[in-house]
Design a protein around this ligand. Sequence first.
Ligand code: PAF
Length: 319
Amino acid sequence: MKIVIIGPGALGSLFAAELAARADNDVWLLDHDAERAARINGKLLLTVGEQEFCRLVSFSADATRIGPADLVLLCVKSRDVAAGINGSRALFTPTTILITFQNGISHLDTLAQMKLPVQPAVGVTAMGATLKAPGHVCHGGHGLTRIGFLSPVPREKEKQLDRVEDLFRQAGMPTERVANILDFVWAKLLVNVGINALTVIYDCPNGDLLVNAEAKAKLVAAVLEGHAVARALGIDVPTDPVSQTLTVCEATAANISSMLQDVRRRRPTEIGAINGALLDKARELGIDVPVNSELVSRVRQIEDGYLRTAPRGSCPDRL
Ligand code: PAF
């Protein structure tokens, strides 16, 4: 199967490395940075515990050079979804399967507003990945990946997604096809709503939020506000979101959240796609979410501080 992953960040690189373990998969990584793509081309390093593997993955910055694909995994940040799809139209035929993997919910509005080459499936994953350097990814544990369509599709498309589920499983990634993917998108959103912004505000690893009474109270309040918005939208979050967030916080106690990593690297954060997008939905519904509102303003303030002072012409790395 010809598989193209758009975005060589942690998750994109991990998917590429895992899928390339099978010789019958022809795996490509589409990177917007041509110099980096040329440098890494063919040598993707994967670290799993003490072991290191080199995986054969072709890198390119040119979708026309890659040509039509069977499967495209869109693994760019939420704000880059439109650019990612527009820059990769040469990959798509009517039978290509597209699965998008982003944090938050704002990419769903972007996708709904775009003229897409195919009807996309959405993915939610708990796979752990850290990018040590461009072209070198560390596997941080096999969490479950769920995939599904947001709305009904023809039977043939359903079957294609079943084949992707098999493909992921054969590559050693626990994967499940679900009919209610939106519920899982929101379940993950609420975890990120409770953890990410607070780790930025308190400048701490995830686990520290549990031992700081003020932070923990805000975490719980932010998730409860988010759950109220989800319920008003008719979303049936599959597990209790407060206990789920506390469990994830404990399980990832030593982790530096993706948002705090962005702040430390002085890159734009995903606050708009996570708590910010929740705020927008709450406003539309007339629901008060004061804790999330405070989290958004405080993270925006921190972010504005370094983005305004970024050297002229500098461009944040869009992995
Ligand atoms: O965004 C993140 O960092 C992760 O989704 C999570 C679960 C908060 C763990 O760090």
